[in-house]
Design a protein around this ligand. Structure first.
Ligand SMILES: Cc1cc2nc3c(=O)[nH]c(=O)nc-3n(C[C@H](O)[C@H](O)[C@H](O)COP(=O)(O)O)c2cc1C
Length: 211
């Protein structure tokens, strides 16, 4: 099996991550991915503090493996975000911050809660911003990802994102490859079609696949 630095950083067995889809993840799906050695992620978009609490508890009843709580940053509710931090998740995940939002403040608060932080960037400048904000992992994802994320294609984007955690640039091939691996293994559409996902068959027009 492939093992990368991401596995060590997130304490997972395989560099495979479930996309934290606000409209598609269920506690059962998140727990199943984490139990299998990947990184499950609960999409918290639109969830109230009580719902985040309830769903996180349901995941933790199934597994003590790490998983993430995912927020689309541009309209994150403060009460929901604060509730998520109180649960001290292994990973807090962000994407799509508005230009006026202080990404570093979000990242710092998550780190203070003991979480690792990921940020999904669809452009080179977004990746640079995330690196400066001190996130642990940049998920460089082009427009192919989920069909609605980012404006640039994966092939030019991924090699253009050679930032290290300290915000400095590197041209070392190994670091670039690491990001290619991570990016290729962050899955959304496939997982959304599984039976354990919320019932998306009608909305996505995807066939339901039994694992
Ligand atoms: C229906 C759907 C909803 C999504 N919602 C979110 C979300 O709330 N937060 C997020 O970070 N990514 C979201 N994504 C993107 C996924 O996390 C993931 O990056 C992407 O789906 C990967 O590409 P793939 O679908 O080709 O595997 C969503 C993707 C899909 C298909």
């Amino acid at each position: 099996m492939v093992r990368t630095a991401v596995c060590d950083l997130l304490d997972i067995e395989h560099p495979i991550a479930l996309g934290g889809m606000g409209s598609a993840t269920s506690p059962a799906l998140v727990a199943a991915v984490s139990k299998a050695g990947g990184l499950g992620a609960l999409g918290c978009h639109y969830l109230s503090p009580a719902q985040i609490n309830e769903r996180t508890t349901a995941i933790r009843l199934e597994t003590n493996k790490p998983f993430g709580l995912n927020f689309l940053t541009f309209d994150t509710r403060e009460d929901s975000f604060a509730a998520a931090l109180e649960l001290r998740p292994a990973v807090m995940q962000f994407a799509w911050a508005r230009p006026d939002q202080d990404l570093k403040a979000y990242s710092d608060r998550a780190h203070d809660a003991g979480s690792k932080v990921t940020y999904m960037a669809g452009t080179v400048s977004e990746a640079a911003r995330a690196a400066k904000a001190g996130v642990d992992i940049i998920i460089a994802q082009g427009t192919e990802g989920g069909g609605h994320v980012g404006w640039m294609g994966n092939m030019p984007l991924i090699p253009s994102v050679p930032w290290r955690r300290d915000g400095r640039q590197t041209r070392r091939r190994r670091d670039v490859l690491l990001r290619v691996l991570l990016s290729s293994d962050m899955g959304g559409s496939f997982f959304a079609a599984l039976r354990m996902s919320k019932n998306l068959e009608a909305s996505l027009r995807l066939p339901v696949v039994t694992p």
